[in-house]
Design a protein around this ligand. Structure first.
Ligand code: SAJ
Length: 433
């Protein structure tokens, strides 16, 4: 493994001198690909953003963004208006390709690499010598080498680094995204980056590409290490959240407030417990640890247990709501928050959705949802006779209020509005009410 660490300005200057990346094709215009494309366009690159979703392409072509994320809409608007970001559905020839397509799980929790394969087949059609291809999608260890194999099979006329080494026609590297939804634009620029080259030359080429807009340090290593770093980061967070959730169960059994307890434990100089909650959502932390488990089931008991601990949280919340409803013939339940975490509108893998669905099957009464970041409920809830209402309406009639997401709006609720209601607080925000 190689590690490179330089001063930030030296990195950036070095990057510029090494290799100019003028025309860049970004495959996948989602939470990672679109901000990356816009950031490169803002630095003067000509960026072709490609997505298989024609709706998404049409929205971006108008200078709008299909993703709600601070600062992103003005960035995309400027990039499209300047002509430096062009959205389309076909992959075209470029100096460098950035692949940021989804890598979901199959039903049996096996990593589903079909979007990566499709990207390889499209990129292979337009490759020319000296091109650079960088994978950003969170992927199982060995995926970048597999990607090289797919490219090489499609283009026997070109040489690839996993076989030809430093002399290869094409450079291939892996550089995982690390951005936090809710702060993507800032973190894309400020965070340190890990860059794993198939060869050291591939790593350096990719580093010079990212130094066009990254202010954080760019550390170069090999592709396998970079793939495993990404999976380790998210599994680490999942395990630590599971620890907090487990401690919360113990607190409950002893009649102790878990948030007070964690606050006090964290005053120890070497303790940093995370926060318990209704479960782990989002498209990353609830998914990526399975990539590690799938590759080494016998070696990962802690990671697997953490996943199960976090996955059981929604049932625990439903039990708590049921207990709160005891003695009320037809409770009016206000569920506050549907997004997977505070101040975003992202509902993917949100435990709040599972909780509301289970409440519907277990409790006879009215259930309303407040989610300030969406205009319509997901079909699965709307079909279940659940209404999306505003905060005032929800609290007015509610006998039971359940806090599922700690959005700013809910933290600012006047305690008087909750008086007389039975409260289930899964985020520790209404303590003392
Ligand atoms: N959560 C808790 N307790 C906590 C922290 C989080 O219950 O103390 C819950 C949240 O409510 C949410 C889930 O965990 O449901 C995940 O939220 P998050 O804010 O921890 O992470 P994500 O999924 O939004 O973003 C993560 C980040 N990874 C790490 O912090 C290691 C981000 O940097 C990654 O880029 C992102 O995954 C990704 O795309 O992989």
């Amino acid at each position: 493994m190689r590690g490179v660490s330089q001063t930030k300005s030296a990195q950036r200057d070095g990057g510029r001198q090494e290799r100019p990346w003028q025309r860049i094709c970004v495959l996948g215009l989602g939470y990672v690909g679109l901000p990356t494309a816009a950031a490169l366009a803002a630095k003067g690159c000509n960026v072709i953003g490609v997505d298989v979703d024609s709706n998404r392409v049409a929205i971006i072509k108008q200078g709008r963004t299909p993703i709600t994320e601070p600062e992103l809409s003005s960035m995309v608007e400027d990039a499209v208006a300047s002509g430096r970001l062009q959205a389309q559905s076909a992959v075209v020839a470029a100096d460098a390709f950035i692949v940021a397509v989804p890598t979901p799980l199959k039903r049996d929790r096996e990593p589903d690499l079909r979007h990566l394969r499709a990207a390889a087949s499209e990129v292979a059609k337009v490759l020319v010598p000296n091109n650079l291809v960088v994978l950003e999608s969170t992927s199982p260890v060995g995926s970048t080498e597999a990607f090289c194999d797919w490219l090489a099979a499609a283009r026997p006329d070109l040489s690839f680094p996993h076989l030809a080494g430093a002399a290869s026609d094409i450079r291939v590297a892996y550089s995982p995204e690390r951005v936090l939804p809710g702060a993507i634009v800032r973190e894309l620029v400020e965070n340190d980056r890990i860059i794993g080259g198939i060869t050291p030359e591939c790593g350096e080429a990719a580093r010079s590409l990212f130094l066009q807009f990254v202010h954080g340090e760019c550390s170069v290593t090999n592709a396998r290490t970079a793939e495993l770093v990404k999976l380790t980061e998210n599994a680490h967070r999942d395990v630590n959240i599971a620890f907090a959730n487990e401690i919360a169960l113990v607190c409950d059994a002893h009649g102790v407030d878990p948030w007070e307890l964690i606050g006090l434990a964290n005053r120890h100089p070497r303790v940093s417990v995370l926060q318990p909650g209704p479960g782990v959502g989002g498209h990353c932390i609830a998914v990526d640890p399975w990539f590690l488990v799938h590759s080494a089931p016998e070696l990962t008991p802690i990671i697997q247990t953490a996943r199960h601990v976090n996955d059981r949280r929604p049932d625990w919340v439903v039990d708590r709501v049921e207990a709160a409803c005891r003695g009320i013939a037809r409770p009016d339940i206000a569920c506050l928050g549907l997004a997977y975490k505070a101040d975003v509108g992202d509902l993917r893998e949100s435990p709040a959705i599972e909780i509301v669905k289970k409440l519907r099957t277990r409790i006879t009464g009215r259930i309303v949802v407040v989610e300030p970041h969406i205009d319509n409920l997901p079909v699965e809830l709307a079909d279940d006779g659940i209404d999306l209402v505003d905060l005032d309406e929800a609290l007015e009639g509610a006998t039971v209020a359940v806090l599922l997401t700690d959005h700013r709006e809910f933290l600012e609720i006047d305690p008087g509005c909750l008086r007389g209601k039975r409260l289930v607080d899964t985020r520790g925000a209404w303590r003392g009410f």
